[in-house]
Write a protein that binds this ligand. Structure first.
Ligand code: NAG
Length: 543
C-alpha cells in the first residue's frame, strides 16, 4: 500500500518491490548544491537506518539500477516524477523543490524506522514499485507561526520548518510583531527589542483582571533571522515576515510613544484581544519609522511578499486625533455609507506602504480588513474572517490566500472533550473539518478561481507557551492541511487519508514531535504506537 500524505496527484500502482538497503545513489551532476544536499542527507539517513551503506556518486550515471536522480528541465519547478521498478528508483525533477518532494515521498514509502526509533529488520527495507507524476494543486502552501504572544526560539522554528518540508509546504508566514512583544532586531531602533520584546506579566487564562506578574520576553537577532531564512530555503521554504500595522503595534508604541495619537505612555500588552492604541498615521514620522523598519526587514528576507498585517485596527484614536483628522482633510478623504473616513485613512496607509515596498521590488499581503475602504492596487488578500474576503478579492482581480478561522485556525481546539485538552482560546476545528475545505468555491469562474493562490493555517499563540503544545496543535491537522494544499479535488479522499494517518503519526513519533491523538473529536489508538493517553478506537471503526 502507498501510505502517503499528501497523496500524489498521479500514482499508478505496480507489482513488486525494490530492495533499497545498500542501493547505490547516482546523481546527475547538473543537480544544484541544494538539491545535492537533499539527496545526500537521504542517503546518509538510509545508510544509518538500514545498516547498509548507500553511497552517492555524481559521475557516470548508470542507465538503470539503484537510486537515480535526474535533472529534467521539462518539468515545472515543484513537479517530480518517481519511477520505482524491482531494479531501481528513478527520480526526475528540475529544481530543489522537485527533488525535495520526491525524496519526501520516497522516505514515506520506506519503513517509518527511517526517521529513527526502533529499527526495522533488513528485509523490510524495500520500496513498493510505483509510478508517480506529481505536482501541487496550489503554489502557495503556507503555515503562519505567531511568535509574538509567546516566543519560540530559532531551534524550535527550524523544527517546525522540518515538519513543513515533510508535508511539502512551501511558505512560512512569520508573525514577528504584535501588541504583546516585538521579536525582530532592528538595528536602527534598538529599543524595539531591548524594551519592546518584554512584557511585565501575562493575563492568567481568561481572567482579565489577573496577571501572573512574571516578565516575559524573547527576540531573534538579525543573525538568527538570516540563519532561519537560509535553513528554510534549503528546505524549499520561503519565509514571509509580517510587520503588523497600523494596529497591533503596542509593543512599538511602548518604545516610541511619539508614534501614537495620544503620546502615551504605553506598555507592552500583557493581555489578549484588540487594543485601541494604534499608530498615529497623520504624522510623517510614523511613515519614516515604518519605512526604516521595512528596509531592514527587506535586507533580511528575500521573499517577494512582505505581510503588512492590517487586521483589527480600531479607529477610535484617529477619530479624536487632530493630526489624523487634518490628514483626512488634507487628503480629501470622505466617508460613505459603507465606511467612515477613518477606514479610508487605513487604506491610505496600506497603499502608501505598498508603494514603498513596490519601489523596492516587493509586494504586499494583508489580512482581509485591507478590503475595507479601498483595496491597495497590487495587494494580495489573506482571507481569515471566512472565505468571503478571498472571494471578494478575486472578483476585484486581486490574488488571495484562504485561511478562514472555521477551518485553519489551529489555535482552536481539535477535540470535543476540552476538559482533557491543554487550555486554549476556544473554537473547534477537528482534523476532518480541516480536510473538508474546498479553497475554490463553485461560485468563482475558472478565471477568477486562479486568483486563489493557496491555503494557509494559522497558529496564534496566546495560550500556546511550549514547543510541545505548539506541535500538539499542529499535528495531525497539518497533514490534513497539506492535502488541501497539494491534492487536486479528485485525489482528496478522507478514507484513504485516514488509512495513511497512522503511518504518518508513527513518523511524527519517531521524529520526536508531540501530536494530538484525536480524530473525529475523540481519542484514537494509533497502530504500532505505545499506548499513550489513547483509548481503544481505531480509525476503521470511525470510518
Ligand atoms: C484574531 C487576530 C489574532 C488573534 C487570533 C486568535 C487575526 C488576523 N487576528 O482575532 O491576532 O491571535 O484571532 O485566534 O487572526
Amino acid at each position: 500500500s502507498y501510505e502517503l500524505i499528501p497523496y500524489p496527484n498521479h500514482l499508478t500502482p505496480r507489482a513488486g518491490e525494490f530492495a533499497a538497503a545498500g542501493a547505490a545513489v547516482a546523481c546527475d551532476e547538473r543537480l544544484d548544491e541544494a538539491s545535492r544536499a537533499v539527496v545526500e542527507e537521504f542517503a546518509v539517513r538510509l545508510s544509518e537506518a538500514s545498516g547498509a551503506e548507500s553511497a552517492v556518486t555524481y559521475e557516470a550515471l548508470p542507465a538503470a539500477g539503484g537510486f537515480r536522480f535526474l535533472m529534467d528541465e521539462s518539468l515545472a519547478p515543484e513537479r517530480y516524477r518517481l519511477d520505482v521498478t524491482t531494479d531501481g528508483a528513478e527520480v526526475r525533477a528540475s529544481s530543489l523543490r522537485g527533488f525535495l518532494y520526491a525524496v519526501q515521498t520516497i522516505k514515506q514509502l520506506l519503513p517509518a524506522a527511517l526517521y529513527g526509533g526502533a529499527p526495522a529488520v533488513e528485509s523490510e527495507w524495500t520500496l513498493p514499485c510505483v509510478e508517480i507524476d506529481d505536482a501541487p494543486r496550489f503554489g502557495y502552501r503556507g503555515l503562519m507561526l505567531d511568535v509574538a504572544r509567546h516566543f519560540f526560539d530559532a531551534v524550535q522554528v527550524k523544527k517546525i520548518i522540518d515538519l513543513m518540508a515533510f508535508h511539502k509546504l512551501n511558505t512560512l508566514h512569520w508573525h514577528l510583531t504584535d501588541d504583546q512583544g516585538w521579536r525582530i532586531e532592528i538595528k536602527r531602533y534598538p529599543r524595539l527589542t531591548e524594551y519592546g520584546s518584554i512584557r511585565k506579566g501575562t493575563v492568567v487564562k481568561k481572567n482579565w483582571d489577573q496577571y501572573d506578574g512574571v516578565p516575559y520576553g524573547g527576540y531573534y537577532t538579525q543573525e538568527e533571522i538570516r540563519d532561519v531564512v537560509a535553513y528554510a530555503a534549503s528546505r524549499g521554504i520561503t519565509v514571509i515576515p509580517e510587520i503588523d500595522l497600523p494596529g497591533h503595534m503596542l509593543a512599538a508604541l511602548a518604545c516610541y510613544p511619539e508614534l501614537g495619537c495620544t503620546g502615551g505612555p504605553y506598555e507592552v500588552w500583557g493581555r489578549w484581544g484588540v487594543a485601541d492604541e494604534v499608530l498615529c498615521v497623520g504624522k510623517e514620522k510614523t511613515f519614516e519609522f515604518l519605512e526604516n523598519v521595512l528596509l531592514e526587514v527587506m535586507e533580511l528576507f528575500p521573499s517577494e511578499y512582505i505581510h503588512i498585517g492590517g487586521d483589527e485596527c480600531p479607529k477610535v484614536r484617529w477619530e479624536k486625533c487632530p493630526v489624523c483628522q487634518a490628514k483626512i482633510r488634507e487628503l480629501g478623504i470622505e466617508g460613505d455609507d459603507k465606511h467612515a473616513a477613518e477606514y479610508y485613512l487605513q487604506s491610505y496607509v496600506t497603499a502608501r506602504v505598498e508603494k514603498f515596498l513596490n519601489e523596492h521590488g516587493r509586494r504586499i499581503i494583508g489580512w482581509d480588513e485591507i478590503l475595507e475602504g479601498e483595496l491597495a492596487p497590487d495587494a494580495t488578500v489573506m482571507s481569515w474572517r471566512g472565505s468571503e474576503g478571498g472571494i471578494a478579492a478575486a472578483r476585484l482581480g486581486h490574488d488571495a490566500i484562504m485561511t478562514p478561522t472555521s477551518h485553519f485556525y489551529f489555535d482552536y481546539y481539535q477535540a470535543r472533550d476540552i476538559e482533557n485538552e491543554p487550555f486554549g482560546i476556544g473554537g473547534y476545528v477537528p482534523v476532518e473539518k480541516v480536510y473538508a475545505y474546498e479553497p475554490i468555491p463553485d461560485t468563482l469562474s475558472q478565471e477568477l478561481g486562479a486568483h486563489i493562490l493557496g491555503v494557509q493555517a494559522n497558529l496564534w499563540a496566546e495560550y500556546i507557551k511550549t514547543p510541545e503544545h505548539q506541535e500538539y496543535m499542529l499535528l495531525p491537522r497539518m497533514a490534513a492541511l497539506s492535502e488541501v494544499q497539494w491534492c487536486d479535488r479528485g485525489s482528496r479522499e478522507w478514507t484513504r487519508f485516514a488509512g495513511a494517518l497512522p503511518h504518518i503519526v508513527d513518523i511524527y513519533e519517531r521524529m520526536g514531535y508531540n501530536y494530538s491523538p484525536v480524530v473525529f473529536g475523540v481519542n484514537c489508538r494509533v497502530r504500532s504506537l505505545p499506548e499513550k493517553k489513547c483509548v481503544e478506537v481505531t480509525l476503521s471503526t470511525l470510518g
